[in-house]
Design a binder for this molecule. Structure first.
Ligand SMILES: Nc1ncnc2c1ncn2[C@@H]1O[C@H](COP(=O)(O)OP(=O)(O)O)[C@@H](O)[C@H]1O
Ligand SMILES: [Mg+2]
Length: 237
């Protein structure tokens, strides 16, 4: 479903931020992307979305990521940004949710039906007419996930979905993520969150993959984590 082959990237042409990255994510797998600040998680995500001019090869669902295939790639992937304020740019939640479908020429009734179904699924029907600028951090994150789902992506990529959330909202986002059937790649330095949402994890350190295994196996490996400037999740301490 997502495949990296010897991917490299540098912002300035000098320092390599992604170093010879190769891995594969299967259909419907949920994979955590963990690593300390600056490890390259967000850069790796931006490369899948075709925002960066990387070397090597990335394929999504059999399609190679190139300038030409970008529209197709972006249709397959729902990208939940770290900062929901960058994601939600219309006045109300319903306006943001209708934006994508409208752009793709979906008729009004089908759009409305889809929006209502997704809001109900995420238990946020009450936010439909709410103004984005009045939402709390947790509500905004939930609304941005709802917006992404209106395009029915087969893959969800999320960058630090729990940053800025209190424990209650973190728990709600966790339940929603677990309930979604899509292939998932979730970047986070919140290791406990990844334990609860991802079956496997990729451990990045300084632009290199240091581990790719069952989440539990990676998270119990104190030496591996400490070597990458991470601490054991609370549950394994
Ligand atoms: N737009 C940019 N221009 C130059 N360097 C960047 C840019 N974005 C990130 N970096 C650098 O790339 C490295 C990896 O950053 P990033 O991918 O954001 O890591 P993470 O998401 O794991 O915290 C860091 O050293 C960061 O300073
Ligand atoms: Mg980041």
């Amino acid at each position: 479903m997502i495949r990296f082959e010897n991917v490299g990237f540098s912002y300035d042409g000098k320092r390599q931020i992604l170093k010879d990255i190769s891995f594969e994510i299967d259909d419907n797998a949920s994979v955590g992307l963990i690593g300390a600040n600056g490890a390259g998680k967000s850069t790796l995500i931006r490369s899948v979305l075709g925002f960066l001019d990387f070397s090597g090869k990335i394929t999504v669902d059999g399609t190679e990521v190139t300038k030409k295939t970008l529209p197709e790639i972006r249709k397959k992937i729902g990208y939940v940004m770290q900062n929901s304020d960058n994601q939600m740019f219309m006045p109300r939640v319903v306006d943001d949710m209708a934006f994508g479908p409208k752009n793709y020429g979906m008729d009004k009734e089908e759009t409305e039906r889809r929006i209502d179904a997704i809001l109900e699924r995420l238990s946020i029907s009450h936010l439909k007419e709410a103004y984005n600028h009045k939402l709390s951090g947790g509500e905004k994150k939930m609304a941005s996930i709802a917006t992404i789902l209106t395009m029915e992506p087969s893959i969800l990529i999320m960058d630090e979905p729990t940053s800025m959330l209190d424990p209650y909202n973190r728990r709600k986002i966790q339940d929603v993520i677990v309930s979604l059937p899509q292939t998932k790649l979730i970047a986070s330095h919140d290791l406990d969150f990844i334990c609860d949402t991802c079956e496997k994890s990729i451990l990045l350190y300084d632009g290199e993959i240091r581990g790719y295994d069952l989440t539990e196996r990676i998270m119990r490996d104190r030496d591996l984590l400490e070597g990458c400037h991470l601490e054991l999740p609370y549950r394994y301490q």
